[in-house]
Design a protein around this ligand. Structure first.
Ligand SMILES: [Zn+2]
Length: 217
């Protein structure tokens, strides 16, 4: 699939086509979706796979009733396929997929791409070189969960796609909580229960490395 989405200028229309450069992730998602929605029927699975190219040609007659493109105000999020060469490349590529040739093996599949995509998110947060203390090993996966909850895009990065900015608003909330912890009058602002919850073993935090400098003040 990746082969038809990018290539050299001289191979345009032969091995790849610019109209397909943003299709890789979408096709993949659609294939997973087709497996899930074929009702255990191999012929139905093939029909759903065939509808992928039509969908990108703005022909939604064979698309599923629940699909967003069935709405009148649907705006495609990817380039429309207009060039017959691009259409042919994508059709052939889908027909070459193992799942297209052996649909009966995939009629009961469930996709794993959400969890696989989350593994990518974890890699953003968990550092692979430095050795943190135990608390940091808890904090880092926790921030990857927050990242994931706010930016739920179960898509692999492809060469080109229409991007929406990540907001990271949860970082403000984290920062406010942190500052509150440091500066608020604990007797007034924080219930005894909360204090208990935020206390950590001093020998078990990254902060313990800076204890000496604190003593100088
Ligand atoms: Zn459609």
């Amino acid at each position: 699939m990746a082969k038809i989405t990018k290539g050299t200028r001289k191979n345009i229309g032969k091995t790849w086509h610019p109209e397909l450069r943003d299709k890789s992730a979408g096709v993949k998602t659609h294939v997973y979706w087709a497996m899930k929605n074929c009702n255990g029927n191999a012929a139905q699975l093939v029909l759903l796979l065939d509808s992928i190219v039509d969908h990108y040609k703005q022909d939604h007659r064979n698309c599923h009733q629940t699909s967003r493109c069935k709405n009148n105000d649907y705006v495609p999020s990817r380039d429309i396929i207009r060039d017959p060469t691009a259409e042919l490349l994508l059709r052939n590529s889908i027909k070459n997929l193992y799942i297209y040739k052996h649909p009966e093996k995939y009629t009961h599949c469930r996709d794993t791409h959400h969890i696989e995509s989350y593994h990518n998110t974890i890699l953003i947060h968990v550092d692979k070189r430095l050795h943190y203390h135990n608390l940091m090993y808890e904090i880092k996966p926790a921030s990857s969960v927050q990242h994931r909850v706010q930016h739920d895009h179960p898509r692999r990065q492809s060469g080109y796609r229409v991007l929406t900015p990540k907001l990271y608003t949860f970082t403000n909330e984290l920062w406010n909580n942190f500052v509150n912890l440091l500066y608020h009058d604990r007797n007034d602002q924080i219930e005894p229960d909360d204090v208990e919850n935020v206390q950590v073993d001093q020998n078990d935090t990254i902060g313990s490395e800076y204890e000496d400098s604190d003593d100088d003040e």
